[in-house]
Ligand binder design. Structure first.
Ligand code: MF3
Ligand code: CO
Length: 252
């Protein structure tokens, strides 16, 4: 499928899908406590999503994914399957990745939360991962090239000595959860396509504390090869002629 430019009406639906998802993340942040299982988080995520008219989780059943959200703790990088026996404890960093579909239009966003007292090095990883997204946003503007975003993320992340897994990327989003183009967190050769007003993207730095190497434990769960922590931060964004609009962040 080619890269699509969304109309004003389509953007209204995506804006709502983003708002619901941002609200869900906010509620999950407040609910997250040591002793909860990652499945408890998932159940709550489903309840919250369904509390909004016409909203469904778009991950559930996606290529057979069994959860409403992916919950990836510490050394889990992404796609953590929610489980009753994975219990959250103080000091963990918990990445929650979710998405909402509203009237056929998708949102996708991830947050990494610190549970209670977390080591300074983990907290810094979480902060840098979030800031890496915002470093990318400085270049997310019509007329710039796609890989300007990627390069900004890479430069910032690698300046801390952190690793970027090459196999995990962002993507276009709209009437599908995953659309063209692929949005890498590192700069490939070239500058990539020219960004245009009306393109919608999911930009998602995924940052490992040490080695960029990852391994798949099964069809889904991805962990760091060295067992060190990893963090994830993602939003669904709209390219404009000025600053990007961030659909999955609550506005004041
Ligand atoms: N948020 C993930 C991504 O950005 C999607 C997870 S795959 C799913 O690509 F199966 F869990 F939906
Ligand atoms: Co995504």
């Amino acid at each position: 499928m080619p890269i699509t430019i969304k109309s004003g009406e389509e953007l209204e639906l995506m804006r709502h899908a983003g708002f619901v998802l941002a609200s869900m993340h906010e509620e999950l942040r407040k609910a997250l406590k040591p002793g909860m299982s990652t499945l408890d988080i998932d159940k709550l995520a489903l309840e919250i999503t369904h509390s909004y008219d016409g909203c469904e989780p778009n991950f559930l059943g996606y290529e057979g994914f069994p959860g409403t959200v992916c919950v990836s703790v510490n050394e889990q990088v992404v796609h953590g399957i929610p489980r009753a026996d994975r219990i959250i404890k103080e000091g963990d960093i918990v990445s929650i990745d979710g998405g909402v579909v509203y009237k056929g239009y998708h949102s996708d966003a991830a947050r990494t939360w610190c549970v209670g007292e977390v080591s300074d090095e983990k907290r810094k990883l979480v902060e840098v991962t979030k800031q890496a997204f915002f470093e990318g946003m400085k270049f997310a503007k019509a007329g710039n090239h796609l890989y300007d975003i990627s390069a900004a993320i890479q430069k910032y992340v690698e300046s801390f000595g952190y690793g970027i897994a090459r196999e995990l990327t962002g993507h276009g989003i709209g009437t599908e959860l995953h659309e063209e183009p692929t949005v890498p967190n590192y700069k490939p050769i070239g500058r990539g396509l020219i960004l245009k007003k009306g393109m919608t993207l999911a930009v998602e730095p995924i940052v490992n504390m040490a080695s960029p190497r990852v391994k798949w434990l099964d069809d889904w769960d991805v962990v760091t090869a060295d067992g060190k922590p990893s963090a994830h931060y993602e939003n669904t964004i709209l390219i404009t002629d000025g600053e990007p609009e961030l659909f999955s962040i609550l506005r004041d």
